[in-house]
Each structure stands twice: as C-alpha cells, then as structure tokens.
Design a protein around this ligand. Structure first.
Ligand code: F6P
Length: 385
C-alpha cells in the first residue's frame, strides 16, 4: 500500500543524519512511497502554509541531490555532515497551544507515519507529541554522546570518536616536542563514552569521565601529578589527558572550559609537589600544560563508514517497521545487529533519569572498556574506584 511518510532530524546535529535521510528515501522509494522532509525538527510542523512546507526541496526524491555538471550522478548525501532538513535543539514546545499546532501539522501534511531521528532529549519530547496526536512514529537514535538507552550505538558516535582520536594523534607530536602535558576536552554532555573510547584509541595516558570522576577534587590533581611524574621517570616526558566536559569543578558545578581549569590546577599542584624536594617530584616543575577544547569540530566531518552503514541499516529497519505498521519503536543496535525497543519503555527510562539529573545511558564503570583502559595502564582516577 502506498504511503506518505515524513522524516525529521531533531536535537544537536551529528555526522550521519543525511546518510539516514538518504537511506530512508531510497528504501521508501523502492516501495513507491512519498517521503516528506520536515524542516527544523518538529518546529517544521509550525511553519506550514496550506498544508505544505515552503520549500519544494523537502519533498525528497531518490535522486534529488545530484551534483552539477560532470559530477552529475554522484549521490553526495551520505557523505555530507549536518542535516539537509536542519535541526533544532531548543527543547520542549512548553506552550500547549504550540504543541497543539505541531500536532495538527502532522495531520495537515497527511502523513501516514513519521521517522524521527533524535537523541535522548528530543525522543522524549517527540514521543509525548506523538502520543497526544496519535502519530505513527518510528525513531532512530543519533548523538555523538552515545547516551541513548537500550542501544549500544547511536549514529554520529563513531565519527566523533575518529575526530577526537585524530586530534590526539596530532597533539601527540607537538606534546612530545615540548615535553608538554596536553589536556583535551571532549564533548559528551553527562556521559563519558566519547572520552573513554577516543582516549583508548588515541593513546591517552589519563582519561577522566564523569561516571568515575564526578568532580575534580584536590586529591585527584595530586594523583594526576604523581602519575605524570611516574611517566616522566619512565622516559615519557609528555602526557595526553582526555577530560569529558561533563566533569564538574571542585565545588561540584559545571565549569565552562574544564580543560583549562584542570590545566591551572595541575600547574599549581605540580609546583607544590616539586617544592617538597622529594626526588620523585623534582622534575615536575618543568611540566607545561596546554588545554585544547575540541568543541563542535566533534559534530562534523564526513561520517565514518561505520556510521554510514549503521545509518543504512537503521533506515531500512525504520521503513520495514512502517510497512508492517509496527509503530512506537526505537531502532537500536544490540549484540551486533539491528533490533527494536518499544518507545514507551525507552522514554520512561529517559524521563526517570532526567528527573534525577543523571545520564540516561552512562559508561558501565565495570564494563570491558573501563577494564581495558586500566589494563593498558591508563589512569582513570582514584585507585579506590
Ligand atoms: O548532545 C550533543 C552535544 O554535542 C553535547 O556533546 C554537547 O554538550 C552539546 O550537544 C552542545 O550543545 P550546543 O550545540 O547546543 O552547544
């Protein structure tokens, strides 16, 4: 049966969104369905005129994004970062009147179903709207933070890990040339997945994630300096520290530029340790620290092949679910394959965690990645953890 489906991307962008849009478009076109792009997440439903979005571009076609001239025929979409549909990370519509207009927009567009691509925050909001409006939705997880529950992978994470790993590679050589300690601040909101994975892959000496180190206490700085002193005594005169942005300062508050904060603390404490005149610390006065905040670079770049593959499989599953009229599902990656999880279960878990102010899917502190980091001699925080 022919269908008219919508697709939207919501929340912070990440590499791989266009790959999802392209794959969904292709899978749906094979079935003879119409695919309609909703601009700026659910906000697009507020911008309809006579039951249509302004731009004809949003009536997505299988070959609608060809390159000009002799490059005609190149299917570029899957390689492009960002979202051709735009995205919004503004949060809940709040005002019930606005929510009603959004809900009505779905009906005005005469959609049979909607593919919603979002992270934990947007899935929560979209699911509520879908419930109120009786929308037929299927969701796909995306975020460089990899903190959507019940999926081992979200679109965008793999590319972000590559980005950070490549930055660590670049920083290694300048660090080594000047015997410096490089502190690299990595995104992830309240989760440490990106810091942990890229820190291991990028050869970090120290990885600090909020699941193990919620805040930077004075003892931690001393431990870090001792670890650096040990590395220096073994001949590694430089060090790479990866710190997740979700770590709080010593008073437990979120600190803008936590890498810089840590850098200042290390400078101070290493100098104090040196003044103790203990031979193992006498070299510490020579350490120089530099902080790098990678920022939104982590949200861009050509999506990795793994993210593109994941995007293709997730989109196919979403289209299959719509064909089977099995709605209110989140497409997930579990045990090496694409599976589904009921959205009510996923969203109630997210809501519960958000109410407690904690990450919906944090790093497993006893998991194999944490164990691997420790086995490699990477310092993850106090010994007691
Ligand atoms: O959730 C993705 C993310 O990139 C986080 O890692 C980061 O904390 C946040 O979004 C940044 O948000 P914004 O783009 O609104 O500054």
């Amino acid at each position: 049966m022919s269908k008219r489906i919508g697709i939207l991307t919501s929340g912070g962008d990440c590499p791989g969104l266009n790959a999802i849009i392209r794959a969904a478009m292709k899978c749906a076109s094979q079935k003879g369905w119409e695919v309609y792009g909703i601009p700026y997440g659910t906000e697009g439903f507020l911008r309809l005129e006579n039951g249509k979005c302004h731009s004809e571009d949003l009536e997505l076609k299988e070959n609608g994004y060809d390159m000009p001239g002799f490059l005609h025929g190149i299917d570029i979409l899957q390689f492009l970062s960002g979202s051709i549909l735009g995205s919004l990370s503004k949060g809940n519509p709040g005002d019930p009147e606005i929510a009603r207009t959004i809900i009505k927009g779905y009906g005005d567009l005469k959609l049979d179903a909607l593919i919603a691509v979002g992270g934990d925050g947007s899935l929560d909001i979209i699911y509520d709207l879908a419930q109120q409006g009786n929308w037929n939705i299927v969701a796909i997880p995306k975020t460089i933070d990899n903190d959507v529950p019940f999926t081992e992978r979200s679109i965008g994470f793999d590319t972000a890990v590559d980005k950070v790993t490549s930055a660590l590679y670049d920083l290694t050589f300048t660090a080594a040339s000047h015997d410096r300690t490089m502190i690299v601040e990595v995104m992830g909101r309240n989760a440490g997945h990106l810091a942990l994975s890229s820190g291991i892959a990028g050869g970090a000496d120290i990885i600090l994630i909020p699941e193990l180190i919620p805040k930077i206490e004075p003892n931690l700085i001393t431990d870090i300096c001792i670890h650096i002193a040990k590395l220096r005594s073994l001949g590694r005169k430089f060090a790479l520290i990866v710190i997740a942005e979700g770590i709080k300062n010593d008073t437990g508050e979120r600190q803008k530029n936590i890498a810089d904060y840590l850098s200042q603390q290390i400078d101070r404490v290493s100098h104090e340790l040196c003044l103790t005149n203990k031979p193992e610390f006498c070299d510490l006065d020579k350490i120089e620290t530099r902080a790098t905040v990678l920022g939104h670079i982590q949200r861009s770049g050509m999506p990795s092949s793994y993210d593109r593959l994941l995007a293709a499989t997730f989109a196919k599953k979403a289209v299959d679910l719509i064909a089977a009229e099995k709605y209110n599902q989140l497409v997930v990656w579990q045990n090496g394959e694409v599976q589904i999880q009921p959205l009510d279960k996923v969203v109630s878990h997210i809501k519960q965690r958000h109410q407690l102010g904690i990450c919906p899917s944090p790093v497993d502190t006893n998991g194999f990645l944490v164990q691997t980091a420790r086995s490699l001699g990477i310092y993850l925080g106090f010994k007691s953890f």
